[in-house]
Write a protein that binds this ligand. Structure first.
Ligand SMILES: Cc1cc2nc3c(=O)[nH]c(=O)nc-3n(C[C@H](O)[C@H](O)[C@H](O)COP(=O)(O)O)c2cc1C
Length: 314
């Protein structure tokens, strides 16, 4: 079913059946979540933004016990302190890397020389042009409605994706606001050949975060995220809590007030740190297993494309 449906440059480069990528997320994008995504035929990603490279090495080893399907690794450049991060990733034997939060000039050639496929995450057209100049294989085009660390000048997926597509021909994975088959089909209509899901994956059954965070996503309305730190970099999009509300209009760089991530992520204290999440939290109303999320997204994508091709009404 899916192999022929989705045969495109992203499935070919990543070696997956379904061009859905689970977002890299510090402490969250580890083997429990990523293996469920890869087993479902999509692409799991292991993070390095936690900086815990010894743990990450073990997580990658576990991936190989849990699935024989492909997966990738992310280098979130602003958060990784190890100067040998590219060599670390190459040594792990993965084929696919996304680089983000930094210059595409830094790691692209060393990763590509080692035979890896490199996609760079871009929040603007100018960043996309730079990444293509640096020789990346593809782009993750990330709209400002998405969760996590962001450009201080956010541009929505609906504007950014067709703009980038109109100026270049490399394969694009769309990120920011993607949650189901309708949004995946919309992203494909705007020029993507793959999609990345962040907030949806935080809320998945196999996500390791505390149920309180998943429930907060389920309970959130589309208006329940805040965009913080726009006078500094990185800006960030997170759930509205007392902590983030207090930080919303701060003049100083609130990155230093991120808080105790472990107490939030695994202890479930929603005020202990900043709960990074996208606006799409407002469209998530259930904690669901990864396999169901992927299967429903594919089925809904196919139904949407068929409906549009026959001029159908919603
Ligand atoms: C909790 C969380 C942590 C994230 N951490 C990273 C990261 O380490 N590296 C990265 O490239 N993107 C990171 N992101 C951004 C995601 O990769 C993704 O592009 C974004 O969540 C997509 O938007 P969505 O939340 O609407 O799906 C993070 C997002 C969230 C929600």
């Amino acid at each position: 079913m899916t192999t022929t449906r989705f045969a495109n440059r992203v499935t070919e480069m990543l070696g997956v059946e379904i061009p859905i990528v689970q977002a890299p997320m510090g402490w969250i994008a580890r083997s429990q979540l990523a293996s469920a995504v890869s087993r479902a035929g999509a692409c799991g990603i292991i993070e390095t933004s936690s900086g815990e490279l010894d743990v990450i090495r073990e997580e990658i080893r576990k991936m190989r016990d849990l699935t024989d399907k492909p997966f990738g690794v992310n280098i979130a450049q602003a958060f990784v302190r190890d100067p040998n991060i590219a060599e670390f990733v190459i040594d792990q034997g993965v084929q696919f890397v996304t680089t983000s939060a930094g210059s595409p000039m830094k790691y692209t050639s060393v990763l590509k020389s080692a035979g890896l496929t490199v996609y760079h995450v871009v929040p603007t057209l100018s960043a996309a042009l730079k990444a293509v100049d640096a020789g990346v294989d593809g782009l993750v085009v990330e709209g400002g409605e998405g969760g996590g660390f962001k450009s201080p000048t956010p541009v929505s997926t609906m504007v950014l994706l067709p703009l980038v597509r109109s100026r270049m021909d490399v394969p694009i994975i769309a990120a920011g606001g993607i949650v189901d088959g309708a949004t995946m089909a919309a992203a494909f209509a705007l020029g993507a050949e793959g999609v990345q899901m962040g907030t949806r994956m935080v809320s998945a059954t196999e996500s390791p975060v505390h149920l309180n965070w998943k429930q907060a996503i389920v309970d959130a309305a589309e208006t329940d995220t805040l965009f913080l730190n726009e006078r500094h970099s990185p800006a960030l999009r997170a759930l509205r809590t007392t902590r983030t509300t207090d930080l919303q209009h701060a003049e100083h760089n609130v990155f230093g007030d991120f808080g105790d991530a472990q107490a939030l992520y695994f202890g479930g204290d929603m005020e202990a740190a900043i709960a990074l999440s996208g606006q799409v939290a407002g469209r998530i109303d259930e904690v669901r297993p990864v396999a169901d999320i992927i299967a429903d997204t594919v089925a809904q994508f196919i139904a949407t494309v068929e409906r549009l091709s026959t001029g159908g009404q919603p």
